[in-house]
Design a protein around this ligand. Structure first.
Ligand code: HEM
Length: 499
């Protein structure tokens, strides 16, 4: 059943004088066109948070909305109802091939949300045994990641990025920090640290923004992932991609490449948003900074609060009903589509009657989804945000917003909301030896000969350097488990990996 504009059971039918959905479809007097103001695109999308609250008031925990081209969808606003959707694989699937508007041609092939909707051979769209096969390969490869070494990479990259602007006394923490750090760390994790540069960051941002150069930018990223897949197929090493290639699920090259794409793009976008949101909160909410400085709140707790208040993915498109059912008082028909919606779900007054109350110690937000598709990379996303924010605040303790809070701008889309820029100022600081991990993560007594080698400094500014492929350094030799440490480099690797 298509989500018609019907109120939940027991409430009066929507009339033409309804304050929210007032005009009848196409009413020229109101100029709203079909569907009225509950479109999640165009003018209707200007303040989605506000729209979700008005929908909650009008419809309760599940409301009908319209996507581009006025394609109908349900948005799930309730916390419990969102969990019910993601935890009920017998009733809801992420496989869009059963979505009625797609089957009957209402969703055209050039629909702007097609990249999110079109079925792909990846774990996020699969279910049942196929989902298990693909997801096991991803989670097994993730289980080989040494978290201590990842935290060191995060700390080291943070120092490099801060060195790039610390002497100037000002920076834009979105363009110069939040959009760089996750890419640097993900390139390390995947096994292609040499690919991390301004060009890769710009390409990923451009592809996600869907600008007119998005296709070329996407191709640039995919070319790097393709080369990585072929290199590791020919000669596996000890990294995420090699473990994905070698997994007993025997993923094809296409499947490996598509999962690298899923991990790179989803993780990059979500983590860049989380970093920007958390830094914005620290800089603009006085109570927040005071609690951090006074020790009543730790950085990980601040990150968790940000995951409640501004989840990096506001909604996930989508889940599809496998049978007629009921959700939050609405009748959902087989083939209907639903937006899993962490942003309004996290604000459900039934779980957060007082939005000002801090959620310290409570991790039951919806930012990472739930059920069989729950984000398998959440520890990495949290680590990038925790270590990155902590190391940045340690280097720049006097950092403050360099514009009026009201001047901050966001770019809103259905799936996420990005802070456009976060200008800050601080007393200029000297560069710091980036060979050392940040203060909080330095192991005491690290011998000088075990310090990681110096890396090149990060290029500054938004200009795109020419797309000259960076030189490929020789791969590091893997350190076999139990092998005796030989030179200082191998001892360093062991120390980084916590062996
Ligand atoms: C703050 C950071 C992150 C957030 C907020 C986030 C959030 C999410 C969400 C909401 C989903 C969809 C859940 C669903 O469909 O119900 C998801 C799926 C996924 N995420 Fe993340 N994510 C983050 C970081 C990462 C990282 C760092 C990685 C990998 C290194 C990653 C890998 C994945 C994968 C592979 C899936 C698909 C899982 C499946 O469908 O079985 N994510 N994530």
């Amino acid at each position: 059943m298509t989500p018609e504009h019907r109120p939940p059971t027991g409430t009066p039918a929507t009339g033409t004088n309804d304050p929210l959905f007032g005009p009848p479809p196409g009413c020229p007097a109101h100029g709203l066109g079909p569907g009225g103001p509950h479109r999640l695109y165009g003018a209707g999308a200007e303040d989605l948070d506000d729209l979700y609250e008005r929908l909650r008031e009008r419809y309760g925990p599940v409301a009908p909305v319209l996507l581009h081209d006025d394609v109908p969808m349900w948005v799930v606003l309730g916390h419990a109802e969102n969990l019910q959707v993601v935890r009920s694989p017998s009733q809801y699937t992420r496989d869009s091939r059963i979505w009625a508007p797609l089957l009957d041609g209402r969703v055209k092939p050039d629909h702007p949300l097609m990249p999110h909707i079109a079925w792909q051979p990846i774990c996020s769209h699969a279910e049942g045994d196929e989902h298990l096969r693909l997801r096991n390969a991803v989670t097994s490869a993730m289980a080989t990641i040494d978290h201590r070494s990842v935290r060191r990479h995060i700390g080291g990259h943070t120092q490099h990025l801060v060195n790039g602007f610390c002497e100037r006394g000002r920076a834009d923490l979105v363009a110069q920090f939040a959009e760089h750090l996750p890419m640097a760390v993900l390139c390390e994790i995947l096994g292609m640290p040499e690919e991390y540069d301004d060009r890769m960051v710009q390409a990923a941002r451009d592809a996600l923004k869907g600008t007119e150069t998005a296709i070329q930018s996407h191709a640039y990223v995919m070319d790097a992932l393709n080369r990585l897949t072929l290199r590791r197929r020919a000669r596996p090493e000890d990294d995420f991609t090699s473990h994905l290639v070698m997994h007993e699920a025997r993923l094809s090259d296409d499947e490996v490449r598509e999962h690298l794409r899923l991990v790179l793009f989803a993780a990059y976008e979500a983590t860049a948003n989380l970093l920007a949101n958390a830094l914005r909160m620290v800089l603009t909410e006085p109570g927040f900074r005071a609690r951090l400085n006074g020790g009543q709140m730790t950085v990980p707790e601040a990150i968790e609060q940000s995951l409640w208040d501004e989840p990096p993915f506001s909604t996930v498109l989508g889940y599809y009903a496998k049978q007629d059912t009921e959700l939050g008082g609405q009748r959902i028909a087989k083939g209907d589509g639903l937006l899993f919606a962490p942003a309004p779900g996290n604000l459900d007054p039934r779980v957060r009657p007082d939005l000002a109350a801090n959620m310290q110690g409570n991790r039951s937000h919806l930012a990472f989804g739930g059920g069989p598709h729950e984000c398998p990379g959440q520890d990495i996303g949290r680590a990038i945000a925790d270590v990155g924010v902590d190391a940045l605040l340690t280097r720049l303790p006097d950092v403050q917003l360099a514009c009026a809070e009201d001047d901050l701008r966001w770019r809103s889309a259905i799936a996420s909301r990005h802070l456009v820029a976060l200008p800050v100022r601080f007393e200029p600081k000297p560069q710091q030896d980036t060979d050392l991990p940040p203060r909080a993560y330095a192991a005491p007594g690290l011998p000088a000969d075990l310090r990681p080698p110096a890396r090149r400094r990060e290029p500054q500014g938004a200009a795109l350097p020419a797309a000259v492929p960076p030189p490929r350094p020789a791969p590091l030799p893997p350190v076999p488990a139990g092998a005796p440490a030989r030179g200082p480099w191998q001892r360093l690797l062991r120390w980084w990996r916590g062996e």
